[in-house]
Design a protein around this ligand. Sequence first.
Ligand code: NAD
Length: 499
Amino acid sequence: MTVYAAPGTPGSKVTFKSRYENWIGGEWVAPVKGQYFEDITPVTGKPFAEVARGTAEDIDLALDAAHKAAPAWGKTSPAERAAVLNKIADIIDANVEMLAVAETWDNGKAVRETINADIPLAADHFRYFASAIRAQDGDHAQLDGDTVSYQFHEPLGVVGQIIPWNFPILMAVWKLAPALAAGNAVVLKPAEQTPVSILVLMELIGDILPPGVVNIVNGFGLEAGKPLASSNRIRKIAFTGETTTGRLILQYASANIIPSTVELGGKSPNIFFSDVAQEKDAFYDKAQEGFVLFAFNQGEVCTAPSRALLQKPIYDSFLADAVIRAKKIIQGNPLDTDTQMGAQASNDQLEKILSYIDIGTKEGAILALGGERADLGGDLTGGYYVQPTIFEGHNKMRLFQEEIFGPVLAVTSFIDYDDAISIANDTIYGLGAGVWSRNGNVAYRAGRDIQAGRVWVNNYHAYPAGAAFGGYKSSGIGRENNKLALGHYQQTKNLLVSY
Ligand code: NAD
């Protein structure tokens, strides 16, 4: 067990500045209007840094810098860009603990996640796209004796990116890595709830990139995000966030006829067929973990398995075991490596979660566990903690249909295979899903029949670089984490040449 010292206390891995500016053109630039907002750590509920409150004027400055940088960066070779991306990955790897503590302090999630997953994955995604761009081929076809059609990939130029607060560094990297690999210059707006850890990352990697290739403008959605997404000076907008915001982004983009990729919300079903409980062995244990742990690592994951579907014969026993297991979840100081469940990212999020617990109770769902704000005592009393919460109900309830984005698991039963698939697909979303069965045929078939961009079969919550990630239905348009994402940041040029 390690308990990392809180930033600002002796022995901490992180020293935050008291004030963060925007990163524009390779330097820290104060906001044009001179306004700042507070970044609050969910761990204690106290502010720890001031951050530039960007507006349309700052977005313009960043776009100036990006336009200046884009032509030269776009002309570098894939090998040159790959070298830069690999260097960034090396720096991230050399600073995993520091970045993990910064991320945990900014977002509230348990450090065992940031240190073992979020930050190492960020490095790996840079490496993946460094390889992917070097391996990307164009194509050509001899159309007749005299004519050849050549297809080339070109960078789009300057692109805008807007990200949410649930994986601040990793979400930034999912967007930056393919965009940079493809040769674009970027203006990125972090979420206002969690801007600082990305800026700490920029302190480490900012100088490796030519000035203006990556620009970070902080601020709120309408003040900084909208001017970026609706600017006619970007050639693409990439967005991750709520489905309602995604709709607005698509509207802004349509006015300028630019492509947009939107990674949106989810309400992922996690299906457990009866054979899972045929023995109480290692497989059963893994399935129990898949039911409990990934719903309760704060639950602020777009693919959180927030709807559990249990086949009738095992409903009571499997749920009873899961409740026992959920009671043992270690909720505590997010900077303690033993902690499995940390804080929710913001007070607004905490209140939203509590309001859904209220909604669930009012619509008649049965509370099987939790249901309240958690007071962890000491310095953590002001932090944003919610008990792991399990409700039993049916799929028509709001609890089962609306994204809560917190540690609230809605459980229901199903009769047979068709019933399971029908309940699973009865949602506007289609981002993630889980299937658990010892029967390979059933698991495979269900994996194919569920309408979701990612189905975990007999596992959950892994996001390896290379495995395409994105949504069906209202969960989004586009794919990340895979070489397919390069295409989202490239223009196709065709030369039709007669010899
Ligand atoms: P959000 O939509 O409220 O905000 C996301 C970002 O958009 C923030 O940076 C915000 O400032 C900005 N924004 C808000 N309004 C805007 C506007 N009108 N114009 C431009 N920018 C605007 O989402 P959130 O609450 O930060 O994030 C949680 C959501 O993100 C959940 O729905 C979750 O499922 C989703 N998410 C999806 C994925 C995925 O890959 N599909 C990954 C992580 C999170």
